[in-house]
Ligand binder design. Sequence first.
Ligand code: AMP
Length: 235
Amino acid sequence: MILFGSPGSGKGTQAKLLRHCLNGPHISTGDMLRKHIDAQDGIGQQVVQLMKSGKLVPDELVNEFVETRIAEPDCRSGIILDGYPRTLNQAGVLLGMMGRYKFQPAVVHLVVDCDKIVARLSGRRQCPVCGTLYSLKTNPPKVAGICDLDGATLITREDDRESVIRERLREYESQTRPLLNYFQQAGVPMFEISGAGAPPDQIMRNICDALAKSGLIQGVPLEYPKAVPAAGVAP
Ligand code: AMP
């Protein structure tokens, strides 16, 4: 499943929730890149400035990440992609991989009004340990600045500063949004789901319902996990 949407549309939050409903790991190229930056290795050094300024990193790098990850055994029954593909080149490479692994791709497009996005991202805080996202306005942690789940001190991602957010949105509009047409022309099933106006677990239900109705998944689990703390729950 390809989770598609602008920065701040809730892809990461939904990917984490959907692991309970879909059988497959959450693959986030952004998380993979941030790990390299934290490790201060060669790849981290190559991408840190691009990411800090809200630019996309080279296709070859993220294509290779996904090629390597998808070959691992836990991916055999499917994967949830978050933040990949973001360019036409990546989309073409991905569809090639899908064919090789006999996966039926589906796109879930999380639709959120542009004016909500900047407010969401600039009020976002993240746990550097478990990755949980909080929203200062709509979903703050119980103790200010501290992760509810593991007590770590929350951080603001460098690329959640307003000037960088605007660059990320520009990159999305010019490079990523055109993929919607590409997938449509390639006959990939696409589901438009509102990413606002409801809490994250309700949005997850809406996604699962849509996939189940079209026969792409068996059904919606009766027991849903509790909503995880997440940014972007503002209606
Ligand atoms: P994300 O966590 O998905 O919002 O990604 C954060 C940043 O990582 C993006 O603004 C890009 O700089 C970089 N990035 C993540 N995924 C990709 C991708 N598929 N292609 C190019 N750059 C990416």
